[in-house]
Design a protein around this ligand. Structure first.
Ligand code: NDP
Length: 284
């Protein structure tokens, strides 16, 4: 029977470790502050922002909320980011994506100071990830590495296949697995014989955004499967990119949806906020 990798439990462990660390920091007079900016009132974004604020409150991170109207101009947003970049009492800045279409997302990502870029999207942090230097790592793939390590799943020397090559999931995921000494293949919509490539995987990371796409034809017996996708099915229930019922008897371990990768993303955001204090101290 497959082992279910419990993202809820592991994310709680990480949050509790951070809570203890922050309490210690507070005793020494250091406060951790995250500024969260939301432009417009997209309902999904509001839920994500609300969850981030809740996690901050639980852990002891001070959160500053900026809820800006949909009509906010790019210049107004850049001005706010500049102000927060220059504030010594702000450690992390997060702009909830997507921003409205009239604002250029790339300009926003590049405006956040790399030492406050707790999402890990700034090109300098992406570069640091590739060269193995200190910096922030995108939260979802960083959380997946924690899921594997804390479930005692060995990565070293393993054949890993990452399906999806987005800047926030697929690409950083592949680099992190490489850093853990895996042999890594990245697949995308132009990959030929996707089934055959996936069947080579000891660890398969499915991140394409297509509900229940990966059935048993894509899975090697005994593989570990990480399901990044989140969708609502016809019954309004959450499901992933993997058809879990179909693969369950084949895999050795799998992340459920919900309760697998999802909870890890916020835990790693909280981790990055604490990391921000350390990196900012080193640089100054
Ligand atoms: P994107 O849409 O940015 O990227 C999807 C990738 O999948 C692309 O690289 C695309 O290839 C590839 N792809 C699409 N269809 C196929 C196919 N049939 N065969 C092979 N490759 C394919 O998605 P994200 O990376 O942002 O997210 C992926 C999923 O993960 C989504 O369901 C999202 O909701 C979820 N997600 C979950 C998070 C969490 O916290 N659990 C966080 C972030 C995302 P190409 O580049 O060639 O177009």
């Amino acid at each position: 029977m497959a082992f279910l990798i419990d993202g809820k439990k592991i994310s709680s462990q990480i949050k509790d470790e951070l809570k203890t660390e922050i309490a210690e920091m507070k005793k020494k007079g250091t406060e951790v502050t995250l500024a969260v900016i939301q432009v417009g009132n997209d309902p999904a974004s509001s839920v994500y922002v609300g969850n981030k604020k809740k996690a901050c409150a639980y852990i002891g991170i001070r959160s500053l909320a900026y809820e800006l109207p949909e009509s906010t101009t790019e210049m107004e947003l850049l001005t706010l980011i500049d102000e927060l970049n220059n504030r010594k009492d702000v450690n992390g800045i997060l702009v909830q994506l997507p921003v409205p279409a009239h604002i250029n997302e790339k300009h926003i990502i590049e405006a956040i100071h790399p030492l406050k870029d707790v999402d890990g999207f700034h090109p300098r942090n992406v570069g640091a990830l590739v060269t193995g230097e200190d910096g922030f790592v995108s939260c979802t793939p960083a959380g997946i590495i924690q899921l594997l390590k804390r479930s005692n799943i060995d990565i070293d020397g393993k054949e890993c296949v990452v399906v999806g090559r987005s800047n926030i999931v697929g690409k950083p995921m592949a680099i992190l697995l490489l850093r853990e000494n895996a042999t890594v293949t990245i697949c995308h919509s132009h990959t030929k014989d996707l089934k055959e490539v996936c069947k080579r995987a000891d660890i398969l990371v499915a991140a394409i955004g297509k509900p229940k796409f990966f059935n048993r034809d894509y899975i090697k017996e005994g593989a570990v499967v990480i399901d990044v996708g989140i969708h609502r099915n016809e019954q309004n229930k959450l499901c992933g990119d993997v058809d879990r019922d179909d693969v369950m008897d084949l895999v050795s371990a799998i992340t459920p949806v919900p309760g697998g990768v999802g909870p890890m993303t916020i835990a790693m955001l909280m981790y990055n906020c604490v990391e921000a204090v350390r990196l900012q101290k080193t640089e100054r």
